[in-house]
Every structure is written in C-alpha cells, then in structure tokens.
Design a protein around this ligand. Structure first.
Ligand code: ADP
Length: 483
C-alpha cells in the first residue's frame, strides 16, 4: 500500500471554532472529507479569542518556540486537539490573536505574516508533523509558500513539501504599503521582494500565486472568471500566466450538518418525502420576524454579508418595488453600514412585507433556510457560494446571478425547465433580478406542481464533499507522486 500522505490544511478560520463566512465552512468540512487511511489531514489555525471556551478547555498544550519575523522573535505556543478523527493545531500568541475582531485589526499584515511563518516553524518542532502538502487558504496564509521558498527550502524537512493555494475570495488580497517588506516581513533584498510587489504595494496573494505549486479556486467557472479583467481584480494577467497550475474545484457543504431531516435548530424537521412539513417552519419564521403569518404568500429570504459583492445594490434598489408585490422578504445579514441602514429603513417603512435582522446568527440562519420559499443571491461575483447550496438542501429555491460558483451549482429554470433547481439571470443589474423574482412569484402562485418539482430536484442533488474531495485527492496525488 502507498504511504499515507500527510496534508496540513492551513486557514485563519474553521467551523465550528470560528466562522465568519464560507472559508470557515470549507475549512470546517473539507479536511474531514479527505481524511482517510490514505490521507492524514491535519488543520492548523490561530488560537483566536473568538474560539468558544468549550473548545479551548479541550486543547492540550504541546510545546512553545519562537517565530522569527523581520527583527522580531515572537512567542508561539502550540496547542492541539482531536476532533472527529482530525488533529487540529492552534497557534497561540495573545498579542496577535487575543483581539475583538477576527479580521480588520490595525496590524493585520503583521498578524497574518506571523501566522504564515508560524505554520512552517511548527514543522520544526513537532516530530510527527511531516506534511507532503501544505494546503493554504486565502491571503491569510498566502505568505506561507513565500516564506517556505525563502527561508525553509534548504532544510531537508521542507524540500519536498508542495503547496496548494486555494482562493476563496479574490477581493481580499492582503495589499499593504511596500515598506512593510523589510520591517514586517523580513523579505527585503530577497528574490521574493520583487514577486510580492504589485505597483506601489506589496500583495500577499500575488506571492502565493507565484510560489505555490497549484492554485485552485472554489468553482471551475470562477477559475475562468479570474482570468478576465471583469473579475481578475487586477491580477488577471498573472492568472493567465499560471493557467497550467490553475483549476477550480467546487465546494461542497457539510450535508450531514445541513440536513432538514435531522437539523435540531429548526422548528419542524422534514425531508423529501415530507416536504409539506416545511410549512411549519415558514409559519414559525413569519411569526418570529413579525411578518403576517400567512401560508398563502411566498417568503423570500437572504442570509448574507451585506456587501456590493453580494448584489446588495440591486437588492436595496428593488426593496420598495418588492414591497409592492404579493410577497414577503426576510433578510439576515451584516456588513457595510449603508446597506444595513437601507435594509433597516425598508423594514421600518414596509413592516408587513419586509423584515430585517442585522446580525450574524448561525442558528437563526437555519430557520431562514428552512422557513423560506425562495432564496435571493444576486452576487456580482461569486467564487463558489454556499448559501445557495444550503437553501436547495432545505427545499428553498435559489434566485442567483449566473456567475462563478452560482453558475456551477444552480440550474436555472430558463435553461433547464422542469429539471431546474432554481432561477438564474445574466446581467448584474436590478432589472434582471426583478424579472426573475417576478417569474418565481408567478410560478409559486400558479404552478405548485412545478415549484414542488424544482424543490425536489434541489433536495435530491448531491452537494456533499464526496465528489470534490476526490478531486482534491487527485490533485494531492499528482503533486506528491508526480514530483
Ligand atoms: P461568503 O463566504 O462570500 O460570505 P458563502 O455563501 O460562501 O458566502 O458563505 C456564507 C456562509 O455564511 C453561509 O453558511 C451563510 O449561511 C453564512 N452567513 C452569512 N451571513 C450570515 C449571517 N448574517 N448570519 C448567519 N450566517 C450567515
């Protein structure tokens, strides 16, 4: 039998420890889907203060060492925990990680650089940690392949390590004033200095794209998208030049966790065979949100970060028009203050039609997915998107824009007819969304049979990690065995 491959999965957040969005979901579920007798997957995370005490209490101290970063020598404590067959390592440094926010601190560049370096330093201090692959995720771990090549590769322990870098959201690249190259990163005068430069800035993600052995995005369509000026966020030429190592692997969801048949967080469990019971969840949600409890009006939901990416301009523009229609709208989200205010205001002006919860509440989100008829997700760009998959799993038809992962996961009614799993539209403007919402309303009122069919199509689709985990395994194999 071939040797068991070791994968060190590095991320800044992972459910259930810390989750602020899709990255947390993926880092919380993909490792478990790959971990097997052939693949020893371990996860490395920062020990953030946002991690609940119940988990911290279960962690065991392993060792401590110092991590050199520029002129600094910083303390690094290593904690360890086993959960569902996976070993999790936590990098402790209270100065960097005992903070109010996961991201958005004044010294993010330094916090991120410390974490990226500590990942490699840890390998020097843990005998059983001998990864064949380090799988880095997003700009928070983008410096790991850069440091690997600059500072560690001459050490025998590191020579054969391959790096996979996965882009979950290209919008966030880690761009800083170039003067941090020496002071914070300690890379002044190295070959990496030039590679990290992006105009007048240093760009962490750019470094990862150059120094990683494989670059993936979280859906095939998005891997194509980012090679164009429309979606490339200024790096499209770079992506075109690394096409040979660029691919897209669609995310899965934890389909055991997100299952209306077993979800303890919803009012009434239901399945494909008892889809009519979903109705109870709708009534409960309407009541909870202060909307008229009425089974005879369609309830449209959003669970979202309130940013331009998620199509919030389209939604806020359309809210008054939607309020004129025979529909209800429930929005759960947080984000840019302007959008939050607009949504809050619309809910105040149309209390019978629109309800808003401006908060991040994972438990409430489940009641949204279970209680709504339709889910609106008109993203301007979308690396993959999980919310649309979760809604289909709960028999809630998504309305999406045809972009990135939304295109790879939702089969729109206009294109797929009775085999569809939702509705989709092309142009990133309010008109496309309005027409599609109208189409959904019309079907909901007039063609229950078709609506039910689309619900069933979505609920029957396999959104689990099983297929995509196989694709990742093949990628790991190619990199390790093909060397
Ligand atoms: P992104 O990662 O770009 O925010 P995704 O669709 O990939 O978008 O993942 C978003 C995840 O975060 C989903 O699991 C969604 O349910 C959850 N989520 C987003 N906003 C909220 C919120 N306000 N409350 C609870 N969960 C949320």
């Amino acid at each position: 039998m071939a040797k068991r491959k070791q994968i060190l999965f590095a991320a800044f957040e992972a459910a259930p420890f810390v989750k602020t969005g899709g990255l947390g979901d993926v880092a919380g579920s993909l490792p478990g889907a790959v971990n097997s007798p052939e693949y020893d997957v371990r996860v490395i995370l920062p020990l953030l203060s946002a991690i609940p005490e119940e988990y911290k209490a279960k962690m065991k101290f392993v060792t401590e060492y110092s991590v050199p970063l520029g002129w600094r020598q910083s303390y690094c404590g290593l904690f360890r925990m086993r959960k569902s067959g996976i070993t999790y390592y936590f990098i402790d440094n209270e100065y960097y990680f005992k903070r109010d926010n996961v991201y958005g601190e004044f010294d993010d560049a330094e916090r991120i650089a410390f974490f990226s370096k500590a990942i490699l330093e840890t390998i020097l201090h843990v005998d059983t940690l001998r990864p064949d692959i380090i799988h880095c995720n997003d700009w928070h771990t983008a410096l790991t392949p850069v440091f690997l090549h600059e500072h560690f590769i001459s050490n025998e322990l590191f020579r054969n390590i391959k790096v996979v870098f996965t882009i979950h959201n290209l919008k966030f690249q880690g761009k800083y004033d170039k003067n941090i190259i020496g002071d914070v990163l300690g890379l002044q005068g190295t070959p990496a200095e030039n590679q990290l430069l992006d105009g007048d800035a240093v760009n962490f993600l750019k470094g990862a794209v150059i120094y990683s052995d494989a670059v993936t995005t979280v859906s095939p369509t998005y891997a194509e998208n980012i090679c164009t000026p429309e979606y490339g966020e200024g790096l499209e030429e770079l992506f075109k030049s690394v096409r040979y190592k660029l691919s897209g692997i669609v995310n899965g969801i934890d389909s055991r966790d997100f299952d209306p048949k077993t979800d303890k967080g919803i009012v009434q469990k239901y399945s494909l065979d008892t889809i009519e019971k979903k109705q109870k969840n709708k009534a409960a949600l309407q009541e909870e949100l202060g909307l008229p409890v009425n089974p005879d009006v369609p309830l449209f939901a959003m669970v979202t970060r309130m940013t331009a990416q998620k199509g919030m301009d389209l939604v806020t523009y359309l809210l008054p028009q939607m309020a004129e229609r025979d529909m209800q709208i429930a929005i759960l989200g947080t984000g840019d203050k302007d959008y939050e205010d607009e949504v809050r205001l619309a809910a105040k002006v149309y209390p019978e039609k629109i309800s808003a919860r401006i908060m991040f509440d994972e438990k409430l989100s489940r009641r949204f997915y279970a209680g709504a008829d339709c889910f609106i997700m008109p993203s301007i760009f979308e690396p993959c998107g999980l919310a649309q998959m979760i809604s289909m799993r709960y028999g809630t038809l998504p309305i999406v824009r045809k972009t990135g992962g939304l295109m790879d996961t939702v089969d729109g009614y206009w294109d797929y007819g009775e085999n569809a799993t939702g509705f989709s539209f092309n142009d990133p403007d309010a008109n496309g969304l309005r027409v599609t919402i109208d189409q959904a309303i019309t079907m909901w009122y007039n063609d229950h049979e078709m609506w039910n069919r689309l619900q069933r199509n979505g609920m029957m689709k396999d959104f689990s990690w099983s297929k995509s985990a196989e694709v990742y395994k093949r990628l790991y194999d190619d990199m390790v065995d093909g060397k």
